[in-house]
Design a protein around this ligand. Structure first.
Ligand SMILES: [Ca+2]
Length: 406
């Protein structure tokens, strides 16, 4: 048996043990940190331990299963427990290479992208033609194992205000800053949200404008699981604020930026054609999740990982064994969610239907761990690799941004 199959068997055994323990979850950082604590070569393809295509258990249509008052067991969400044996490499074009942990991407009105580098705290301008222009380094960023310069968003009214939003890990907290690019790299960013718990791991970090032009911010529980259930803490939440940081009057909790809670570590959000907000979330040892986010709802962590059917807690629409996904960013394109995956060298394409999610398909957009997937203005997907983040063995040219057609 290869080391890889031994490891996968160990993971499967752990999964079975946890499931048999009827809801007991392992709340340690463990393997469920941002990706994996082993080099990607250990999980670069399938093994004898996972011989089948991904399976869909329970409701074959992938309908959602939300907690109800009923005592009847609920069917599981769309469930993926393995990687296919062979996944063809998708045709792609390299846009940029030799980057250091590219993390966030946001497009400017002219089609160029702003790209963040997590550990260097550099802000880059990247054109579709592959021109990479360093714009400066954001001062005050204090990278941790998973923290640093993370998400970036461009104001919906950028043409008028030239405002950019970034999510940064400082010595004291995680926070969202706004300003022009020049403001941000010269240390004059305006605090928009402060006091998000920071940790060595589980720092969240995505910032995105919704269709309602509110700013959504995804956080992690900073490896303090109880924070996820504490409505007074900004850890383990999805936050919703006005661009100036004030609290929208229609938020679910009066005077609070909290939009949803009970999250472990969220690094991906995207909206579908119907305006519904989907979220990707790292599991601890067993189940990564895809959730439909609705205001005020409790998504369960740390009481439940995956589908728990606990009263007052909302089940995911899809779950993936952590070794098969570990999803960071997510994009919506061509009627599907595209999940960047830090394990398995895959991107998962998950069809979105009006009633829920369809059967996920593993797609290989790069022979690498993928971090961020975003929809570009021209309808293509930009995908970042994450081989230089100390969880893998980088090769010459890492890390890269690829362009693919959805
Ligand atoms: Ca959950």
């Amino acid at each position: 048996m290869t080391p890889r199959s031994r490891r996968l068997l160990a993971v499967l055994t752990t999964a079975a043990g946890v499931l048999l323990a009827a809801g007991c979850t392992d709340t340690s950082a463990g393997n469920g940190t941002d990706g994996t604590d082993t080099p990607t070569s250990a999980v670069s393809s399938t093994s004898a331990a996972t011989t089948s295509e991904q399976t869909t258990s329970g409701d074959a249509t992938g309908s959602p299963t939300q907690p109800t008052e009923s005592a009847q067991p609920q069917p599981a969400a769309v469930t993926v427990t393995s990687l296919p044996e062979d996944i063809d490499l998708t045709d792609s074009r390299v846009i940029a290479e030799n980057l250091q942990v590219p993390w966030g991407i946001a497009f400017l009105p002219d089609g160029d992208a702003l790209v963040t580098e997590r550990d260097t705290a550099r802000l880059l301008r990247v054109s579709a033609d592959g021109d990479v222009t360093p714009l400066g380094t954001v001062p005050g960023v204090t990278p941790t194992s998973e923290g640093g310069l993370l998400g970036v968003a461009v104001s919906p009214t950028y043409a008028d205000d030239e405002t950019v939003f970034i999510y940064v890990t400082t010595e004291a907290d995680n926070r969202v800053l706004s300003g022009t690019v020049e403001d941000l790299v010269e240390g004059r960013g305006t605090p928009v949200v402060t006091g998000i718990p920071r940790g060595d791991v589980h720092n969240g970090g995505r910032v995105e404008f919704g269709p309602d032009e509110k700013l959504y911010v995804t956080t992690g529980e900073a490896n303090q699981p109880d924070l996820a259930q504490d409505l007074e803490s900004l850890g383990g939440k999805i936050l919703r604020v006005n661009p100036d940081g004030s609290i929208p009057t229609d938020n679910p909790f009066d005077g609070s930026p909290v939009w949803s809670y009970g999250h472990r570590n969220v690094q991906g959000i995207a909206w579908d054609d119907e305006g519904r907000m989907w979220e990707t979330e790292f599991g601890s040892q067993v189940w990564d999740e895809v959730n439909l986010i609705e205001p005020g709802k409790n998504y369960g962590w740390p009481d439940v990982e995956g589908t728990g059917n606990l009263e007052g807690m909302t089940n995911p629409y899809a779950v993936f064994s952590t070794f098969a996904a570990s999803p960071s960013g997510v994009a919506y394109a061509d009627g599907a969610l595209w999940l960047g995956a830090l394990q398995g060298e895959t991107t998962w394409r998950v069809p979105v239907k009006s009633e829920g999610l369809g059967t996920p398909k593993a797609v290989r957009l790069a022979e690498a761990r993928t971090r961020t997937v975003v929809l570009a203005p021209d309808g293509s997907l930009w995908v970042t690799t994450s081989e230089t983040d100390r969880r893998a063995t980088p090769e010459a040219g890492d890390d890269r941004i690829f362009e693919v057609e959805p």
